[in-house]
Design a protein around this ligand. Sequence first.
Ligand SMILES: NC(=O)c1ccc[n+]([C@@H]2O[C@H](COP(=O)([O-])OP(=O)(O)OC[C@H]3O[C@@H](n4cnc5c(N)ncnc54)[C@H](O)[C@@H]3O)[C@@H](O)[C@H]2O)c1
Length: 318
Amino acid sequence: MAKRVLVTGGAGFIGSNIADELIHRGYNVTIIDNLSTGEKCNINPKAVFIKGDVKNPKDIEKCFTKKIDVIFHIAGCASTIKSFDDPAADLYTNVLGTINIINAAIKHKVTRLEYASSMTSYGVVDKIPVKEIFPARPIAYYGITKYSGERYVMATGIRTDLGYRLNTTAFRMFNVYGRRQSLTNPYQGVVSIFIGNAARGEDIKIFGDGEQSRDYVHISDVANAWIGAINNPRAYGEVFNLGSGIRVSVNELVDIILKAFGTSRKKHRVSYFPVRPGDQRHMQADITKAKKLLKWKPEMKFDKGLQDVINWAKETCG
Ligand SMILES: NC(=O)c1ccc[n+]([C@@H]2O[C@H](COP(=O)([O-])OP(=O)(O)OC[C@H]3O[C@@H](n4cnc5c(N)ncnc54)[C@H](O)[C@@H]3O)[C@@H](O)[C@H]2O)c1
């Protein structure tokens, strides 16, 4: 019988895309999501959906009426800015929520757990590209909670007192982009924020001088890594960077997006604002480890992936 995967946060951008791909590949999927930023329309109709909160163990328990073989823990507060506005909310969801998922996994003897960690775990880095062995010194409160959740997951993976082994993997995802990333939520990914602005003819706001750079990885590549790792023992107990390995500055990103909309800075207003707390200057993933152990590599070229989001945005924004 096909394995059943519990996808937490399966109504959100990353979770819903991964859930769709799991179903496409023949897995059964259960989703828990409190719909705080996720949307019901993203939920695959073939999934079992539990509207619930990972902060509440009773809600999580409802996911186990069918046997769960694998957990993808993706639910989380995904915003650096919100983590500064309300650090306690960020802590409760990202850390307590993760502990609750671990407790449920142990209670139900789930043997596989993959966790959505973040490049913000690294904080300010001495050099790029960053390797997984580099020190984690998060500077955003969000980075602290994502890293903390990661450590709870990985520490559980080496516990010998459980009577069985919970095989864990954490993915430090860089800037993931793709369809369904909110085009209206200013707290989410910069690619979809700028595309949403361009599609609606709104000013584009850049925080800082725009020379900060990011590593953008397409959701299809992220889904391949997560799903490919399920049955791969070389992924057990490991942390992986998931990025493209290519760095693009925010200024370059804006220019590429405006060009794809047939416009430029001459016609479209781009304004600059002071840098925000927790902002990392340059980020670029070293993906050697994922290539070697997961036999994974990013397939989606940035211009093609971006065009796909733009096509989707044009359909969505009219
Ligand atoms: N988007 C990225 O580039 C990126 C990079 C690294 C890590 N991550 C992590 O990946 C995960 C998904 O991010 P995303 O970009 O898809 O964001 P998202 O906001 O679209 O998805 C998060 C989902 O979790 C749900 N959720 C939030 N709090 C919950 C709770 N307490 N209980 C149940 N459900 C809850 C939301 O409703 C939403 O559906 C997050 O944990 C985020 O920290 C994202």
